[in-house]
Design a protein around this ligand. Structure first.
Ligand code: CA
Length: 514
């Protein structure tokens, strides 16, 4: 079968386009508009639509992604070594809330079947989360969870599962360092995620630096002497041996299960959803197919009154000049800049910069640098005003489009979004990743048809159809919106949940380890 040669130019100002055809296109290929390839160009990689002089700006998404290292004739493969990366936009003199998008028309009547919590939030799952104050207890908690699943859970049919909230923090760290606030509030806020019903139980050791009580209250109370209604300490002197330790955990778990089992799904407005957006294993199609469809769905969610979080500071940094004008007010714009500045400094201390973000896979997928990746990444945020900004691990307190500052690392970003209160995650991928979370369903969207076909039992929704013209951004956006409601309601299962693919929680600890 001969395939029509196809390229995608995103913006009318662009002087490069990306090749759509799955196997790439050979030298001599002539496009319908007469453009002829001078050499082989792999799928997703860029071809220049006009001659480029040395130093000429290379434009994609209507923005400069770099300048030409040397003169390049029209129809060449613009691979990464030909693109000189520009400096990141300065954080000084950025426009603050100068182009606030008008409020989109409300979208009414959309609901999902969720679990209503006493604090007004709604979960998409009914899970017992067992929080931990230190890594020392992880093995014991895993053992207890196995017993809870086997012995207790069958008696509580309304509870979906038990999730051990284990992590590597809690001791051997500078607990009073400014950076320690991030992992501490992350662990505390994850335990309060709506999917756990809002009543944390904590397993601690007894001599750790992160006091179990800190996971129950922001006021950092002093530790109690022994076990309490919500805390089991392994070193509690009332427990003789491992058997009694496990019995204490099972006893506390059973009390929680009795309460959780009273929860049943009830109709909740779509405005109760908290949807986290992320990408991982991005390619040049991410910004053309999946991320625009996610952006369209993000607008639908915002119109329905929901909370939508986009994240990943290093993938926003180079597009910050496009975001600060969209902030709902100047305070929100300044908070965006504050998070960018904090991260610039954090990277600098590590003798690094944002160019450390792109992976070999990103580059094989056609992304020349972080500028090109960022421009494709922020498309996920749709077109609405940015209504709030969260520092890493802070809990969300409002509706609308939120920037939740996190690293771009998939596991760290997901962990922080859980702390912020996310109840469904949407994850776009071009290269492919089996990423999943135990605490919330993760819907995975592929940027390319080839990936969706190969990973037919891992990818939930195929945005590659947009590149070939089989579906529009709007159609895939609506499909995703409906899938979010179905998955949130438990009517449909993601592939990651089907196979039980759940990544470990990974805390962001900018503080020192001792
Ligand atoms: Ca990521």
């Amino acid at each position: 079968m001969t395939e029509q040669p196809l390229y995608i130019r995103v913006h009318p100002k662009d002087n490069v386009a990306i090749v759509v055809n799955g196997a790439g296109l050979p030298a001599g290929t002539v496009f319908p508009d007469g453009l002829t390839l001078r050499e082989f160009v792999p799928q997703g990689h860029k071809v220049n639509l006009a001659d480029l002089e040395e130093g000429a700006p290379i434009l994609r998404y209507g923005q400069v992604i770099g300048t030409a290292v040397r003169a390049v004739p029209r129809g060449s493969w613009i691979e990464e070594s030909l693109v000189r990366m520009p400096a990141a936009p300065s954080l000084e003199h950025l426009p603050l809330a100068t182009e606030v998008p008008p409020k989109l028309p409300p979208l009414e009547g959309y609901t999902f079947d969720g679990y209503r919590n006493a604090d007004g939030t709604a979960g998409t799952r009914n899970l017992l989360g067992i929080s931990t104050s230190v890594q020392c207890v992880a093995g014991v908690v895993e053992f207890a969870v196995k017993r809870i699943r086997e012995e207790l859970l069958p008696r509580f049919p309304n509870v979906d599962d038990v999730v051990p909230l284990t992590h590597t923090y809690g001791c051997g760290v500078a607990i009073t360092a400014p950076g320690a606030a991030v992992p501490i509030r992350t662990v505390r806020n994850i335990a309060r995620n709506p999917n756990f019903g809002g009543e944390p139980m904590v397993v601690g050791l007894g001599c750790e630096k992160m006091i179990p009580e800190w996971l129950l209250s922001e006021d950092r109370p002093a530790p109690a002497a022994g076990n309490t209604d919500s805390i089991v300490r392994l070193q509690d002197e009332g427990q003789q041996g491992f058997g009694e330790i496990i019995a204490s955990i099972l006893e506390m778990a059973e009390k929680r299960l009795v309460e959780l089992n009273r929860r049943t799904r009830t109709e909740c407005p779509a405005s109760d959803l908290v949807v986290g957006l992320q990408c991982g294993g991005s390619d040049a199609f991410s910004g053309v197919t999946a991320n625009p469809a996610v952006g369209y769905a993000a607008d639908l969610l915002v119109r329905a009154g929901a909370t939508v979080m986009f994240s990943e500071v290093t993938e926003v940094r180079d597009a910050i000049h496009l975001l600060t004008p969209r902030a709902a007010n100047e305070d929100v714009a300044r908070a965006l800049i504050r998070e960018m500045a904090w991260y610039d400094e954090y990277l600098q201390e590590g003798a690094s910069d944002r160019s450390a973000n792109t992976t070999p896979g990103n580059k094989r997928g056609g992304l020349a640098n972080i500028v090109e990746k960022a421009l494709g990444s922020v498309v996920k945020s749709g077109s609405s005003a940015i209504s709030g900004v969260l520092a890493p691990g802070e809990r969300v307190d409002r509706k609308g489009l939120i920037f939740a500052a996190t690293p771009a690392s998939d596991f760290i970003c997901g962990t922080l979004q859980l702390a912020s209160g996310m109840t469904v995650e949407v994850f776009t991928t071009g290269r492919g990743t089996p990423y999943g979370l135990a605490a919330v369903p993760v819907i995975k969207m592929a940027t390319r048809k080839a990936l969706s076909a190969r990973w037919h039992d891992l990818i939930d929704i195929d945005a590659g159809r947009i590149a070939t013209g089989e579906a529009t951004i709007e159609q895939v956006g609506w499909e995703l919106f409906q899938l979010i409601l179905d998955v949130a309601s438990g009517r449909k299962q993601t592939w990651a949940d089907h196979w039980g693919l759940h990544n470990a929680l990974t805390l962001f600890n900018p503080g020192p380890v001792t």
